[in-house]
Design a binder for this molecule. Sequence first.
Ligand SMILES: *Cc1c(COP(=O)(O)O)cnc(C)c1O
Length: 357
Amino acid sequence: MSIRRIYNFSAGPACLPLPVLIKVKEDFMEHGGMSIFEISHRSKGFMDICEDAKARISSLLGLDASFEVLFLAGGAAQQFAMVPMNLMDRAADYAVTGRWAKRAWEEAGNIGEARVAFSSEDSLFSRVPRPGEISLSEGTSYLHITSNNTAYGTQYREFPETGGVPLVADMSSDILSRRIDARRFGLIYASAQKNMGPAGVTVVIIRRDLLGRSYRKLPNIFRYKTHADAGSIYNTPPVFAIYMLRMIVQWIEGEGGVAEMEGRAKARADVVYGALGEDDFYELLADRESRSMMNVTFRLQSDALTERFLREARALGMEGLSGHRTVGGIRASMYDAFPLEGASALAEFIRRFRRTA
Ligand SMILES: *Cc1c(COP(=O)(O)O)cnc(C)c1O
């Protein structure tokens, strides 16, 4: 079978591993006389898949039974609300490092007092805080950070120290892409459509003791405890998205786990930053110490040049390179499944474009 594959630099939904896509297609109808779309979420087959996916995520992150993995709907955007609903007493601290971080902070303001512990908005979100730059406020229930800022292309190298205050992270665009000490976090959430699967499912990893927090009356559906008690099938979960997520997590394991993903991410990013960084022709949007391995962002000197760059890249089979609609410029998103050859092709094009523009 010959399959035409472009280099898909889209920020999400994004490129997925080809072997997984082929297997899903082959197995589509082979679920006990049904297709994967038709199986019951309460069938043993699906419940086993769900539990297996949770166990693998937990193991890839080096977590033990003191953490609970949940599969929820509503995207990372719903977590912007669920985190403060469940974990904020009076106030919480937010590091505002990008568009999503800011939306998380704004949503928290609908629940209680959302404080800005750090903001890089003045420098167009060109960086994340340096170690020690965040000081926690009196009476904060947690510190919320965004580990990788998808629209601006910045990423934490080191996470803030918070002592006894729970650290909460939106890891939507870099979960399972590098080794981290996940045990330092009180809660991690990530929508799947960047590194882990198709859209439709959001992974929430919560330290079990936090499940008992209860500061306000909430509808059951918005309580983490409801979903933990029901094993993530309190309501009908996104069955197909979870099925795919599990296959992709298995694929990550099979390729060598998170350490291997990190090596690949670094190799891809080095190739692209290397091509960009030779003179002032390309303007990088992120400060050097904050540069993301997942999303590389830069600008050209005019809109006309940007248009031409995108057009010529497309002609070479490279798509999804326009920057976030609020940021402009170029953004190359390269998550776990993105091949190194794609990064090399982009790097070569970046060098050639500089010579011929
Ligand atoms: C994509 C993204 C989101 C939004 O996710 P939804 O699933 O659309 O709600 C939130 N945070 C980050 C860091 C993202 O990259």
